[in-house]
Design a protein around this ligand. Sequence first.
Ligand SMILES: [Zn+2]
Length: 446
Amino acid sequence: MRLRCPFCGRTYSSLIPPTCSCGEPLTIKYDYESVDTSGWEHRRRGVWRYRELLPDVREIISLHEGGTPLIRAKLGDELGLRVFIKDETRNPTGSFRDRLVTVAVSYGLPHASNGFVVASNGNAAASLAAYAARAGKEAYTVVPKLIEGSKLAQIVAFGAKVIRYGESVDEGISYAEGLAEGRGLYNVTPESNIVGLEGQKTLAFELWEELNPTHVIVPTGSGSNLYSIYKGFSELLRIGAIEEVPKLIAVQAEQCSPIASEVLGVEPKAEPTRALALYVKNPFMKELAVGAVEESGGTAVLVGEDELDLGARLLAREGVFAEYASSVVVPALMELADSGYFERDDRIALVVTSCGLKGMGAEGTGRERFAVGGTKLDILRLLKERSMYGYEIWEALERTLKYQAVYQHLRELEGLGLIAESHRRGRRVYYTLTEKGRRFLDALSL
Ligand SMILES: [Zn+2]
């Protein structure tokens, strides 16, 4: 595949960035006139069923991704609506990112003499780790400091290299680009290379075949899935399979809402959320994602931290175990239903992007996963060596942190049961790692 920038004529054949170096957007297009969808139903379900609308590859690296079940939601019956769950947790590594990675790895294989790179807040990294292993290639994953222990465990189990960089995924993207540059490493990060988005868009094709939805509710972090789904439906429109793109609804956490806030015209926040996979402060695909929502005639919903448990519980009642970042679709549905947004005949799809097993902290409770970040981890590492008192820890941290802040961290770590007072000497209170703290640290430093 060779992509030519329609504005400046520059051509791309290995990595295809979202934006040409002349500043204009790049889009992968196909010979839409010749696409015949009638053959699709005779093929095996999954991403590669739609190969006429995927980049050409010499060899397919597949673990049978896509073709995930569409389940009627009992919740919909209670709301008097037709609601279906697109259960992306059933992908090989437990998330929708397998659709991206099968295409990016298959396409990139000839350019990956020394392996693959991805910057990810977890799911794409775990997926790349699996597919690179399948292809017999190295995988380098750049993940943020705030990441669930279970995702790290998955990445490491497949033998991938882990580079922890930045507090959220935003910082890792340019780091991964630098890492790939000139090293024979193929970068599958969707913000740097849109090839994989072609795989993600197959979710739209499946929804069309099974439901032909009027509304699709999508958990939104980087905006890449939302944009991919939009591209998929736009292509169906282009080839005459549908008459209208369904309304796309972007769901973000109130705590981190750059895309949804733009759609709703409210002030955005960029704080950590317990829906960690949605913690993308400055999404590169913001404009594309906002454009997708607006052009589809959809909307956006903000979900509060206190609604995440409810969302996860209601999905569990359906038999679907989702991570918080996916569970946001449920409170979003309920809010829109409450406000009379839907009509009785609407066909509503909830995209549940990732399995709940992946949203676990090292202890399995999930409580630590968002509470323990950079400084707290440093404190735990210090206390792993020997017990120390507050002032001593503050000095050892060698950073411009207020003394008071160290005490706050100590109190919170104590509250999480990761450290405990070991003894006192005069007015000095010494802290030590608890057994739970030791296991937590061991699981993270894999
Ligand atoms: Zn150009």
